[in-house]
Design a binder for this molecule. Structure first.
Ligand code: LER
Ligand code: MN
Length: 271
């Protein structure tokens, strides 16, 4: 079981980031705590800090399994499905830059909040998302970078809330480059059964965010991570579990709890 910690390379309004301080401090701490990797939340992949963080991760012996893109939406208002074609064009350009950065470290690129919200009905929103993905996928294919679409709970978006909805998009696109990011916090709100939803993903499951029911570190809520890890093994998931957790009671304790608790579940299992 490979574990990563979400690290933002700039200050963010997104709360579930247990790594605080500068990204340099966060990377050093993740390595010290025994994480195998860091998932980097990157607003602008062309920034000097993005390249430097990547290099520093490699130097620290940390993998970078995924790049988060939510800040392109939260801070810059970019959305793949915005009604304004210019916003969509800039969102695609931004994600193209994420693909290029991801190619340098074997990461996948996350489509979370940057997919936007329902505007002008489901069909129109689906069509815009499809167009955006169609523009990105040739680059993704050429670069060998996968794209993972994340179902996000109803209180944060009204578009692609459940695993099933994302699987429909994934199947419609029909590219081996596109799959699902399953986030246990969102799933706990939206899914009738987390285990069944993971099973339905099968090999279309590309990445996993772990947080407990209250978005605190695993073990500090009421999710049964033992069962979830069993199901991940059953479906042959070989990717990372990435801790996307609130910095509570403080950043350090949260990050330490996640790695300690998850390692204890599979103390002897090969990664
Ligand atoms: C991002 O991975 C996520 O889970 C969302 O809650 C972002 O707001
Ligand atoms: Mn998430």
């Amino acid at each position: 079981m490979k574990l990563s910690l979400v690290v933002s390379i700039e200050e963010t309004s997104f709360a579930a980031v247990a790594a605080q301080g500068t990204w340099r401090q966060a990377l050093a701490r993740a390595a010290e705590l025994g994480y195998d990797g860091v998932e980097l939340a990157v607003r602008d992949p062309t920034s000097a800090d993005a390249a430097a963080a990547l290099e520093e991760a490699v130097r620290a012996g940390l993998a970078v399994p995924a790049l988060g893109t939510g800040q392109a939406y939260l801070a810059d208002g970019l959305s793949l499905t915005a009604p304004d074609p210019d916003v969509r064009r800039r969102a695609v350009e931004r994600l193209r830059a994420h693909l290029h950065l991801a190619a340098r470290c074997g990461a996948l690129v996350i489509v979370g909040l940057v997919r936007g919200r329902l505007t002008g009905g489901r069909e129109a929103t689906d069509r815009r998302l499809r167009e955006a993905l169609d523009r990105l996928l040739p680059d993704a294919g050429r670069l060998g970078v996968r794209v993972a679409i994340e179902p996000i709970n109803r209180y944060e978006t009204d578009y692609l809330v459940t695993v099933e909805e994302v699987l429909e998009v994934v199947d419609r696109v029909g590219s081996p480059q596109v799959g699902v990011l399953a986030d246990t916090f969102h799933m706990n709100i939206e899914e009738a059964s987390l285990e069944d939803a993971l099973r339905r993903c099968g090999e279309r499951l590309f990445h996993v965010h772990v947080a407990d029911s209250n978005r605190r570190a695993p073990g500090w809520g009421h999710l049964d991570f033992g069962r979830l890890v069993d199901v991940l093994e059953e479906i042959g998931y070989r990717g990372f579990l990435s801790a996307e957790i609130l910095p509570l009671p403080d950043p350090d304790q949260a990050a330490a709890q996640a790695v300690r608790f998850l390692r204890a579940l599979r103390a002897t299992a090969p990664s």
